[in-house]
Design a protein around this ligand. Sequence first.
Ligand code: BGP
Length: 484
Amino acid sequence: MSTMYTSFPEDFLWGGATAANQLEGGFDAGGKGLSTADVITAGTHTISRRITPVLEAGSNYPSHEAVDFYHRYKEDIALFAEMGFKVFRLSIAWSRIFPNGDDAQPNEEGLQFYDQVFAELKKHQIEPLVTISHYEAPFHLAEAYNGWADRRTIDFYVRYCEVIFNRYKDSVKYWLTFNEINILTMPFGTFMAGAIMPQGNAELGTSAAGDNEQLRYQALHHQFLASAKAVKLGHTINENFQIGCMIAYMCSYPLTCNPEDVLLAQRKDNLSNFLCSDVQVRGAYPGFATRYFKEKNIELQQEAEDGQTLRDGCVDFYTFSYYSSTCVSAAPDQEAIGGNLSMGLKNPYLQASAWDWQIDPQGLRWSLNHIYNRYGIPMMVVENGLGAVDTVETDGSIQDGYRIDYLREHVKTMGEALEDGVELIGYTPWGCIDLVSAGTGEMKKRYGFIYVDKDNEGNGTLDRSRKDSFYWYKNVIASNGTQL
Ligand code: BGP
């Protein structure tokens, strides 16, 4: 395969990515209401997270303190600036702005917090990239409305957008409506992404339906409408706003060249990846979605104006998270990754991380080309990185060469994709400062350039320090991707 790329565009947006509930802490500070993320407990060392609608004493709720960006944002932003960040992806905690979600008035103190964060970013000439809803909603919306299962949640979301768009219209240009919106197609996304109560809501008639496809796709339909309305509204508030979608892109190869495997891989690509972005980028459900709904007896309740709403709210750019790739096979009894079939099959050509995420830089180039060929709109990689256990040496250094290796190879293939003609405008590796894992609630699964002194049990000073990768990334940015 051909050669090395030359360089990244002059105005390429290098930076890093985070989310409020994994970063901020201060879960009840400044008038903030309880969010769905605030009632999920961590299983300390395993992938078992539990929802406890009533907060239990002694339980470990990772979002409550997180890494305390709420009080340390100045120090953290100064460190991002030292690395030369051009962009910083963060999310706004909806429940800081509307503590219950359906309040008549927003919470001024919550709005002020982000005023200060954006002012600090501006001071360092860092462009914010704001996710409006990153795996959280006010918990009251889950309890009283069953979250996104209820059509009324659209209006609460749009009202929230109206408030933040107006308030921050001069300090934020780039917005993402929902983090990894396609995760709601999967059972584990029901509460985390959909704010749908596991036991349903008897009063609303969804008692036995806490987790089924019908309900999840209905909730997703509501999120599509909410996203489209936000895009349209945003452009009336500031015509320069760039409002994007965000997809957890699952790169799935056929395990063999058996046409059965190839077709299955395409089906997975369509349903898991493209269903959501087709609606958000092209403004309509694709034919394969209609067919799937028929096959599964899923009947969406739609209003007459929904089609027009979706067509009127197409996003300006496409963003995605990319960590790994998997394989799919039509044959039974193939070896699953980490023994877990939902994660896909092992690829014999790839190594995996300590959490069994297969490492595949080439898959990023493939995905960038594949997606760009479909939509032809600007793209950003807004999450990428290696979750790993880091060790602090006696001299205080953190020698994370494994992370540098992972990132270097992915930056290279982004350069190749640019050379292939993909309009890639930015890169924000995930967890640029160590933060709480979304999947497990752990602290020890770290992604950062900046180390945070805190362990799985919540002990530590929360002090920040620079890892080897900090200096490496600083140089990557300074050389605009030519020195890796
Ligand atoms: C994405 C989420 C992030 C994030 C990341 C890494 O799916 O958008 O919130 O945390 O994955 O996953 P984890 O934290 O489980 O390692």
